[in-house]
Ligand binder design. Structure first.
Ligand code: MLT
Length: 273
């Protein structure tokens, strides 16, 4: 796995969203590592620099062959990768912070490896599983990405994921998002889409979560709405919900100062050593 590992102190693991990579956390990595935390940010399976070996543009293979050969990157497999990375880095337990797809992975981590999770930070999360319409849409996206590459996704991702104020006032954020989307390997993206389509419904896991939990929602997130976050808050006893105004789905990139201080405050209050 490719990953960043910066700072020393209590460990915080940052799990990126889709179709992005660990660089979406760069402002959090610098901020927290300068304030007494060891920050680990991996590229999840098939994404970022963890690219699959299959070339999607290989004209010698038929499209059917390509589609068949695309593996499924399940949320559980991604969680197992993260646990293995923690083993390798000799980290027994950590605060796990995920954004969107990263939250699915965080739910799998705490379900399968409860002793490895000290606390959760869930950004733009959704607990419910995918229904038939969502599955079909994800499969259509996976096939399109395999045939056309990532380019078609740029416009809808940049406009749907960011708050109006971000698009208007922070063009650098939009440019970074576009760059990450275009850097994503289409095979890895298709495998992750299929993995998200196959994910479990995490709703029934929520009452069993006993660790301190901060839920962060973007006030203008139309993808994973504040209502999705409230659903989770109602089911995790003692959890705390923060809604960041003027932020969409990528609230840590859109409002980094607010986000970082909320995260630091939560971490300091729940510090283990
Ligand atoms: C993400 O940002 O990770 C995606 O919106 C997750 C999803 O498609 O469910």
């Amino acid at each position: 796995m490719t990953f960043d590992d910066k700072g020393s102190g209590s460990a915080v693991v940052l799990l990126h969203g889709f179709p992005f990579n660990r660089s979406m956390w760069c402002k959090q990595i610098d901020f927290l590592s300068a304030r007494g935390y060891r920050v680990i940010a991996p590229d999840l399976r098939g994404l970022g620099e963890n690219v699959a070996q299959t070339s999607v543009c290989d004209s010698s293979s038929s499209s059917d062959h390509r589609l068949e050969s695309v593996p499924l990157a399940t949320m559980e497999a991604m969680a197992r990768d993260v646990a293995a990375l923690m083993d390798e880095l000799k980290i027994d337990s950590a605060v796990i912070c995920g954004l969107s797809m990263g939250c699915y992975v965080a739910f799998e981590l705490i379900h399968n490896f409860p002793s490895r999770v000290n606390a959760l930070i869930l950004c733009g999360p959704r607990a419910q599983g995918s229904d038939e319409a969502e599955k079909a849409s994800r499969e259509a996206q996976a096939q399109r990405v395999l045939h056309e590459g990532m380019g078609f996704a740029v416009e809808s991702i940049s406009t749907n994921l960011l708050a109006a104020a971000t698009v208007r006032d922070k063009p650098d954020v939009g440019a970074r998002v576009t760059e990450m989307v275009l850097q994503t390997d289409p095979v890895g993206a298709a495998a992750a889409q299929r993995g998200m389509a196959a994910r479990r419904d995490y709703s029934n896991d929520l009452p069993n979560i006993k660790v301190p939990t901060l839920i962060v929602a973007g006030g203008e997130d139309g993808v994973r709405t504040p209502a999705d976050a409230e659903f989770i808050e109602r089911r995790i006893k003692g959890s705390q919900l923060l809604v960041i105004d003027d932020a969409g789905h990528l609230m840590n990139m859109e409002q980094p100062e607010l986000f970082n201080h909320a995260m630091l405050d939560f971490l300091n209050r729940n510090r283990l050593n």
